[in-house]
Every structure is written in C-alpha cells, then in structure tokens.
Design a protein around this ligand. Structure first.
Ligand code: ATP
Length: 287
C-alpha cells in the first residue's frame, strides 16, 4: 500500500521575538499561513524494518538528518512498529528558504503514517509528536492560518485571510535559521503589531493585513543577504500590496489581490531572481 500527502509551504505574516528562554530557544509570537506551493510525499511499506528516504532535490540529506526520516523514526519508536518504509519526497519548496519545507515534509510524514498504520492519532497527539521534531512542525500538521507561540510549537488557529495571490522570490543563497537567530539583538526591536494583525485577519481586512506585515528577523538577514532588500524594493515598485521576508529568509513574498498585477510582478521578477513562484494563499486547515 502507498500513501500520498501534500506538504505545503508557509509564510509568516508576522514574526516577533519576545526574548530568550532558559532552554536556549527564543520565545516567539508569529502568524503563519500556508500557500499553494507544496512538496509531495509518497510512503510505501518495504520488506525489512528500515526507513529509507529519497528526495528529488540535491542538497537535501537522505539519512537520519532528514526531518521526514526523524518523523518516521519517532513514530516507529513510540508505537513499537517494526515495519520498514520508503519515503519519497518530491521537492518543490526551495530548501533553507524560510518556507518551512523540511518541517512540512515531517508533518506530512506524520499524517501519512497515521493513515498507513491506522494509529488513530488525534490532531493534538500528532502536534505533540511534531513538536519533538522541530519548532515549525506542529504548525505544519494542520497548516491553514495560526498564531504560534512559545518556541513556535503552541498553536492557536485563526480564520483564513481573504483570498489573494502570493509572489515568492528566493535569492540564490540559503540561510541558516540558527545563524539568523544568533545574530539577532533583542534590544530596540521594532515589534510587529501582532494583535492588530490578528484583528485584521479576523475581520477579513486585506488592506489591514498588508499594512501590518512585519518580521523582526528581516533586518538581520538583510545584513547578510542584500538581495532581500532589492527584491522587496522591486516587488513594491511593481505594485505588490504588501511585501515581507518569510521566516529567517531569504525568500521574500508579496501579496497581490488581482491576478493581472500578480502576473506582471511575477514576470518582472523572473528576469531578476532565479526562483520565483506565483501561488495562492491556502489559508484553510489541511485536517
Ligand atoms: P524554516 O522556515 O522552518 O526555518 P527553512 O525553509 O528555512 O525552514 P528547510 O527547507 O526546512 O528550511 O531546510 C533547512 C535544513 O534542513 C536544510 O539545510 C536541510 O539540510 C535540512 N533538511 C532536513 N530534512 C529536510 C527536508 N525534508 N527538506 C528540506 N530540507 C531538509
């Protein structure tokens, strides 16, 4: 038997860091939403009891460092399952880009194995397993739109924002999330208006969402990757309604209401930037 799962990317509409925790992680408060750019996971049982991961992308580890491997390993250990599996990951989401590709692959693996092995896990049980793998994995189990707090593993669902187009542009560099958090200085941060963003989402106020896009990591990444600033400028000049860097970057996204304008921005950026995508907000939860 074979199970298939879609693993969508996320963007951050707001990303705030409140402080450093005793366990070394940062205390965050962020609003995430899924977009229609997805990896595809295919899981099949094998003869032995090993986990094998293969992926269509270069530079993605296929051993126990792969987050999908970690998810399968955790489930096998937790439930004493001896059955082996082969996990095939068709990567569409750029790697180390601020779009949670690896986290979404891990979350999709949890959903897939819950079905394959009829574990009957609730969302809460899957989210608890997910949190042990990585901070963004719990959000990715259900996707949609949510406020994530703590180290990112405590999830409070939000309604879907009004539909719109999303242009994603990734400069040809990758960024380590850990490195960006290390370089962040907590004094004098310009904190996002996260409560205002939540209220705007709740009343379906597209302009209110666009005007509150904010990410405290953006200026840190710009110090290392100046293309982030350039792409932001080009997107704004071409008429995006709101522009922000996602996660620790370096992917920049622009929100656009009208398809013709989205197409114009997409075309304008393609000559300038290698990886550009024009997708829709998914907004609603996967499960
Ligand atoms: P986030 O937004 O959650 O910080 P990201 O988009 O910046 O994530 P990922 O694409 O998840 O970053 O990859 C980060 C690192 O994780 C990569 O350098 C890669 O080596 C490793 N990795 C492990 N498993 C995967 C996977 N399934 N897909 C992509 N990268 C993976």
């Amino acid at each position: 038997m074979k199970v298939l799962e879609k693993a969508p990317a996320k963007i951050n509409l707001a990303l705030d860091v409140l402080g450093k925790r005793a366990d070394g992680y940062h205390e965050v408060r962020m609003i995430m939403t899924t977009v229609d750019l997805s990896d595809h996971i295919e899981i099949q049982e094998t003869g032995g009891d090993r986990i094998r991961v293969r992926s269509s992308a270069l530079y993605v580890p296929e051993d126990e460092r792969n987050l999908a491997y970690k998810a399968a390993d955790l489930i096998k250990t937790r439930f004493g399952i001896k059955q082996g599996v082969e996990i095939w990951i068709k990567k569409e989401i750029p790697v180390a880009a601020g779009l949670a590709g690896g986290s979404s692959d891990a979350a999709a693996t949890i959903r897939a194995l819950n079905r394959l092995w009829r574990l009957g896990l609730s969302y809460e049980e899957m989210a608890e397993l997910a949190a042990a793998i990585g901070s963004d994995v719990a959000f990715c189990v259900r996707g949609g739109t949510a406020l994530a707090i703590g180290r990112g593993e405590k999830i409070e669902p939000l309604p879907a924002p009004p539909p719109c187009w999303v242009i994603l542009a990734k400069p040809p560099v990758s960024v380590s999330t850990a490195e960006i958090y290390q370089a962040l200085t907590l004094d004098n941060l310009a904190h996002p208006d996260t409560d205002g963003m939540i209220a705007a989402i709740e009343r379906g106020d597209y302009e209110g969402i666009c005007s509150r896009l904010s990410n405290v990591l953006e200026s840190v990444t710009i110090q290392k990757v100046e293309e982030v600033e350039q792409i932001k400028r080009v997107m704004a000049r071409l008429g995006a309604d709101g522009v922000l860097m996602s996660g620790s970057g370096p992917t920049v996204f622009g929100l656009v209401r009208h398809k013709s304008k989205a197409q114009r921005i997409y075309n304008g950026l393609r000559g300038f930037c290698g990886e550009v995508f024009m997708v829709r907000l998914l907004g609603g939860a996967l499960i």
